[in-house]
Ligand binder design. Structure first.
Ligand code: DGY
Length: 353
């Protein structure tokens, strides 16, 4: 018994020693965090292991493209990892400035269309993202947009603001989710989370499309169909696919024309999945019923953009993953990917390894 305790103590001591020596070994490695608003939870993980540099600016909007861009170019030389906190593109210029010791880019997002994958690949730099931890939050926003568009929140809120409520039994009639057909384009983590959340809404049918059938679909009660069938049969169409060359502008004049007159389009993927001019025409002419967008192109959408003049649209400023808990989980996962990459361990959520 004593012998076992001794062996356990030796194993424990030597593994703590390993962690300590790994931490000591990595402490001299520099990690750059691209935005001053990266959550403290992620900073703590990074600071335990590395020397952490952080931009004094935010990596979003104008500031991200101006002051912050300069700051990052100054800070990145000699860094071994870059934690990327926004959707601004990762430029060749920044990678050149970093130097050959840059081992990993860890983007704090599920989407990685902004990460210049071919350039990272060519340079042998690893890339990780933060999928799964945000699926619930983004799915909640998709459902919120479904409700907001089906029940005409934009028009109704306007009426309340103006103090001019429409009255009568047939006022501002909307559509039901109950009994409807919901089509999900992209039954990945977010698409599946949407279906799970809608199970209590008594949806009539769930359809989905994508490259291949998903094993999870059976338990979710979702039928695999081709894109055309989904477009022609669905009352709600939820876009939950990544932005790639294949998916860019997949919702356009032609695909919009295949949708039902009462169709509601929801986009929680990326703005560039949709041809916004064609969407404007379809909404204006009432070829489809409504659209709910958490993502647009560009972001922010200018306040005088023609889409915002329409009553049958509900636009949010890309807040899919914006909850305290989810942003913390994203930050910690992004930091842990850096810890693994710089300790020669497999990435937890690899895009390029
Ligand atoms: C993502 O993670 O890609 C979402 O758009 C939130 O940033």
């Amino acid at each position: 018994m004593l012998g076992l305790i001794f062996i356990a103590a030796v194993i424990h001591t030597s593994s703590s020693a390993n962690v300590a020596s790994n931490t000591n070994m990595t402490k001299s490695l520099k990690v750059l965090v691209s935005s001053k608003d990266f959550p403290e939870s992620g900073m703590q993980v990074l600071k335990e292991h590395f020397t952490v540099l952080q931009s004094r600016y935010i990596n979003f909007g104008e500031e991200g493209l101006t002051k912050n861009r300069e700051e990052l170019l100054n800070l990145i030389p000699g860094c071994s990892a870059l934690v990327w906190v926004s959707h601004h593109p990762i430029t060749k210029e920044l990678l050149d400035r970093a130097g050959p010791q840059l081992k990993i880019v860890s983007t704090v997002s599920a989407g990685y269309n902004h990460c210049n994958v071919p350039e990272l690949k060519a340079r042998g730099i690893k890339l990780s993202n933060t999928p799964n931890v945000l699926s619930a939050a983004v799915a909640e926003i998709a459902v919120a947009l479904m409700l907001g568009t089906a029940r005409r929140f934009t028009e109704n809120l306007e009426q309340v603001r103006r103090g001019e409520w429409e009255i009568g039994f047939d006022k501002v009639l909307g559509q039901d989710i109950a009994g409807s057909t919901v089509g999900i384009i992209g039954l990945g983590g977010i698409g599946q989370a949407v279906v799970k959340r809608l199970h209590g809404f008594e949806v009539g049918r769930f359809l989905y499309t994508g490259h291949r059938e998903k094993p999870e679909a059976k338990d979710l009660g979702a039928e695999f169909v081709n894109l055309d069938s989904l477009l022609t049969q669905s009352d709600f169409i939820v876009l939950a696919v990544p932005l790639t060359d294949e998916t860019r502008l997949m919702i356009n004049k032609t695909t919009l024309a295949k949708m039902k007159k009462n169709a509601i389009l929801i986009n929680v993927g990326r703005g560039e999945l949709v041809d916004q001019d064609a969407l404007y025409d379809a909404l204006k002419n009432k070829d489809i019923y409504a659209a709910g967008l958490d993502v647009t192109s560009p972001e922010p959408l200018p306040k005088d953009h023609k889409l915002l003049t329409l009553p049958n649209i509900f636009v949010l400023p890309h807040i899919g993953s914006a909850t305290v808990h989810t942003r913390d989980s994203m930050a910690v996962l992004a930091a842990k990917n850096v810890v693994n990459a710089l300790n020669g361990k497999p990435l937890l959520t690899p895009v390029l390894e």
